[in-house]
Ligand binder design. Structure first.
Ligand code: 2M8
Length: 454
């Protein structure tokens, strides 16, 4: 179904190639394993990242249940008492200056809500976790260990979702907001351009800092210094306000409600409902949460004029109309209307994301190929990323869009075959950029191959 066979035209040859890729992917995950969790990459990201770990657990669950569970449990060891799951849990064995901003920037231990024995960031990332926990559980071979895992994770996941809907919904519209581009997971996306452009950093309020990312990456691939200044300014303001969401929502120029976070919140709320049922708890509150978010997304994120989901900037009271891959994420909602599915499939098949077959290209570019801000190699401004490919693929499959889903899966596999387990890829040439041996690329290739088996 995913077209692995069609890539080579010979079923057996592609099966062998598929199993070689699988073994290579497992080797990447094993090389990035650091005892209780997996680093996204050894050089650029030497700690534990929140949604990276959820992707990794999904991939690992096909062959290593113990590490898949440990991955998620070690992330939630960093959960704060207000329910937030931090976007980075720092490894105490890694030098403090190995990544910027590191633990001495975030200073989480100054805040009473943070965990006692771990240093973390104070931001969050998209809520993929309940879905990941359910997927890990569903592939376990030891039912009693799997049930014990669910029992440990369920209250933590409930607290996490409660945090997002209670602390991150300043206007009480029933949707979770992000307070920083790093929270979006698509940090440097043109989707945030309008909001960032309107941030004037007051004199003296940008702390002195040194970028670490440029030591291990080509500056042409990474966010610009001007973008980084804004990232650091916003993060510093949040820390200065002691991570008080009410206060930062009032003061910050960056309070944005997006389709990825909220569609994942629907998907994960439905996973929570399934977990509740397995544990004999009431699933209805979670189903109710999912349907309330679905309605609120339609009301606040849907633009009838362009028939597209966008991200409203609550601070400027307007939708930011950038055509990025974020607009396709409502596919993750199994209850998305037929009208919504059709509109997304139309956009995904249009030349700005999927040029005519004659032109060599790979799916799915992170941003409109014809957009003014498109860049084939800069971070989240056009390259193909395997995690967003995977999200779109799973979304298409659940809505019965098997042909388009197969195109996306074929692109994923071809990119990795061509350029290795890179962090991201040029949507035209397929060249790999960013880190090599990147964990979620490896993990999600495993899921694509395993799910595609007859
Ligand atoms: C990237 O984000 C970090 C900040 O969190 C960075 O740029 O330094 C993003 O691609 C993000 O989605 C990802 O989780 C992280 C680690 O892979 O890297």
């Amino acid at each position: 179904m995913i077209g692995l066979a069609s890539a080579s035209g010979d079923g057996r040859a592609s099966e062998i190639a598929g199993s070689e890729l699988l073994e290579a992917a497992k080797a990447v995950l094993d090389a990035n394993w650091v005892g209780r969790s997996t680093v996204p990459s050894r050089d650029l990201y030497p700690h534990q990242w929140s949604w990276d770990s959820a992707f990794v657990a999904i991939g690992r669950s096909w062959y290593d249940q113990e590490r898949a569970q440990a991955e998620l449990e070690s992330l939630f060891a960093g959960q704060w008492s207000d329910g937030r799951v931090p976007h980075i849990v720092f490894n105490p064995d890694v030098p403090a200056d190995a990544y910027f901003p590191g633990p001495t920037f975030w200073r989480s231990s100054d805040v009473p809500d943070s965990p006692v024995r771990l240093e973390t960031s104070g931001l969050v990332q998209p809520p993929l976790h309940a879905w990941a926990v359910l997927e890990v559980h569903d592939r376990a071979s030891d039912p009693s260990a799997a049930r014990a895992f669910l029992e440990r994770m369920y209250p933590k996941l409930v607290a996490w979702h409660r945090y997002l809907l209670e602390h991150r919904d300043p206007e009480r519209i029933g949707l979770a907001a992000i307070l920083h581009p790093w929270e979006s997971g698509l940090d440097n996306s043109p989707a945030w351009e309008d909001a960032l452009r309107h941030i004037d950093i007051p004199a003296g309020l940008l702390p002195a800092y040194e970028r670490r990312d440029l030591v291990n990456a080509d500056p042409a691939d990474r966010p610009t210094d001007a973008a980084y200044d804004r990232f650091v300014y916003l993060a510093d303001a949040y820390r200065g306000g002691r991570y008080d969401d009410g206060r930062i929502c009032r003061m910050s120029p960056f309070v944005i409600v997006g389709p990825l976070v909220n569609a994942l919140l629907i998907r994960s709320s439905l996973a929570l409902a399934a977990i509740a049922e397995l544990l004999g708890d009431d699933p209805e509150p979670h189903r109710g949460a999912a349907s309330a978010i679905r309605h609120a997304m339609k009301e606040h994120l849907w633009d009838p004029q362009h028939a597209r989901y966008y991200s409203p900037n609550l601070k400027r009271g307007q939708l930011m109309r950038e055509a990025s891959i974020l607009s396709f994420m409502p596919l993750l909602d199994p209850g998305l209307s037929a009208q919504g599915v059709q509109a997304i499939v139309r956009d995904l098949s249009a030349p700005c994301f999927h040029p005519p077959e004659a032109a060599q290209h790979y799916l799915v570019p992170s941003y409109d190929l014809t957009g003014e801000l498109f860049d084939p190699r800069r971070y989240w401004r056009g390259p193909v990323w395997i995690n967003t490919d995977w999200l779109v693929w799973r979304g298409l499959l659940q809505h019965g869009q098997v042909d388009l889903a197969a195109h996306v899966a074929d692109s994923t596999i071809e990119l990795v075959r061509r350029s290795g387990f890179r962090e991201y890829f040029d949507p035209f040439s397929g060249a790999g950029y960013g880190s090599g041996d990147f964990a979620w690329t490896a993990a999600l290739v495993i899921d694509v191959i395993e799910r595609g088996r007859p």
